[in-house]
Design a protein around this ligand. Structure first.
Ligand code: SAM
Length: 189
């Protein structure tokens, strides 16, 4: 067992913990079962705002239930649309955007995030970030099409202008079974 270098999602939480405060504005670009949406909603408090995107009704319904049951739905806007249309809904600058690529756990494994829309959405997310804003992308890539998506996203992020962004990649390089990778981008001041 490890205590700190456990998995990409835990590393993402560390960063969220450090970055997000009461009053922050954040986007969960892939709501799924709402684990991140809920975590973020607690962190931003009543004064903050969480925008959550998903294309599946079941994901949004389960998430809404989770948020209502925990009394944090008041600061969340759930949007049934593709994250590539982020700019149509998010009109303010944001502190953080998170993506979890892949399929909905427990759902239809054939509905997955796709490279083209993911990259468009990442592009729009970077524009929406405030100075020192952070983009997190947790890339699961064991499924069909996942490796191609991960590679395209990595290639896109690798080519971001270093005058504008610092980009990093957390990859568990000694593990089998394609554990998820965390990409992180910080917009420079
Ligand atoms: N973070 C989630 C959780 O806590 O359960 C898991 C997210 S899951 C890996 C990926 C989600 O992305 C799925 O629920 C899927 O429906 C959604 N998705 C796929 N394509 C999308 C798109 N173009 N825009 C928004 N969501 C999308």
């Amino acid at each position: 067992q490890c205590k700190y270098f456990t998995k990409a999602t835990d590393l993402a939480k560390w960063i969220i913990e450090k970055k997000i405060k009461v009053g922050s504005v954040v986007v969960d670009a892939t709501v799924g079962n709402g684990h991140d949406t809920f975590y973020l909603a607690e962190k931003v408090g009543k004064e903050g705002k969480v925008y959550g995107f998903d294309i599946q009704d079941s994901a949004l319904l389960n998430t809404k239930k989770r948020l209502v049951n925990n009394n944090v739905f008041d600061r969340v806007e759930l949007i049934k649309d593709s994250h590539e249309k982020l700019d149509a809904y998010v009109k303010e600058k944001v502190d953080l955007v998170i993506f979890n690529l892949g399929y909905l756990p427990g759902g239809d494994h054939s509905i997955v995030t796709k490279p083209e829309s993911t990259i468009k959405a990442i592009e729009k997310s970077l524009l929406a970030l405030k100075k020192y804003g952070i983009l997190l992308v947790v890339a699961y890539y064991g499924h069909k099409g996942g490796k191609e998506e991960k590679e395209k996203v990595e290639n896109y992020l690798r080519n971001l202008d270093q005058k504008q962004f610092n980009v990093l990649k957390f990859d568990f390089i000694n593990q089998i079974n394609n554990p998820p990778i965390l990409f992180g981008v910080e917009k420079k001041g």
